[in-house]
Ligand binder design. Structure first.
Ligand SMILES: [Zn+2]
Length: 246
């Protein structure tokens, strides 16, 4: 059993600092209709008056992208990269399937044997997440503007006469920074994270709503990478060079 599979103890922690700059406008809405008649119907989510990207949104984007990228099993050890749990099928390990007679030790063995790499990274109801995303906060003047929208009929995809609404977007050129922490990463985990950033740079992975209108394209850069290791009670922090290859 790989000693990194369970992480009651931190042995290694990778911290990536990432900068996201939007190259098209994007919007992450509040989901609340505007309360004042002078405010647009669809505001973007803000903190202290500035748009930001919640860490929970980032985690969702990273997970769903990893799930769409990986299908097969690891050629090294046969462990599946991903399971069907979040797409309506069965999770690789599910506490519901745990028998009353199973000891804690047996259950850990079961998890160690069957958990997929994606659940081992992002967690599920049986496994803790080992990846953490901070909110991505603006580091420059992130300007918001209001656009006119026209309601689109879903069935015919034609504009609905007279059904206009306003919505806010964050203008291109806003830069946001956030941190990704991975505790006791397993071998494929760092590449999984980097592949999401690569796909973002290629324009395949977008952030926020109204993607069909071309919103949500970002440039992603890893601006620093650090590794913290703990061995025999000794904590070591090192900068990682050559890690910004996304
Ligand atoms: Zn799984």
């Amino acid at each position: 059993m790989s000693s990194n599979l369970f992480f009651d103890r931190i042995k290694e922690m990778i911290k990536l600092k990432v900068r996201l700059t939007n190259v098209s406008a994007f919007r992450i809405g509040t989901g609340e209709p505007g309360v004042s008649p002078t405010e647009p119907d669809n505001m973007v989510i803000k903190y202290n008056g500035k748009p930001f990207i919640p860490g929970s949104s980032l985690k969702g984007i990273f997970r769903s992208t990893v799930e769409s990228l990986y299908r097969e099993k690891s050629p090294e050890n046969g462990r599946p990269f991903v399971c069907e749990g979040t797409s309506g099928g069965e999770f690789c390990v599910d506490p519901k399937n745990r028998k009353d007679s199973t000891t804690e030790e047996d259950w850990e063995k079961e998890v160690a044997q069957n958990a997929c790499y994606t659940c081992l990274l992002f967690g599920n109801s049986a496994i803790s997440s080992r990846i953490f995303f901070s909110d991505a906060m603006p580091v420059n003047e992130a300007k918001v503007s209001v656009r006119d929208g026209v309601m689109i009929r879903r069935d015919t995809e034609t504009a609905m006469e007279g059904r206009k609404y306003d919505y806010e977007v964050t203008n291109p050129g806003a830069a946001f920074e956030f941190e990704i922490e991975i505790i006791n990463p397993l071998k494929p985990h760092i590449e999984m994270v980097k592949n999401v950033l690569r796909l973002m740079n290629m324009g395949y992975v977008r952030i926020g709503g109204n993607k069909s209108r071309g919103l949500g394209r970002f440039k992603a850069e890893i601006i620093s990478a650090e590794r913290l290791t703990v061995e025999n009670g000794e904590v070591k922090l090192s900068k990682l060079e050559g890690w910004n290859d996304v």
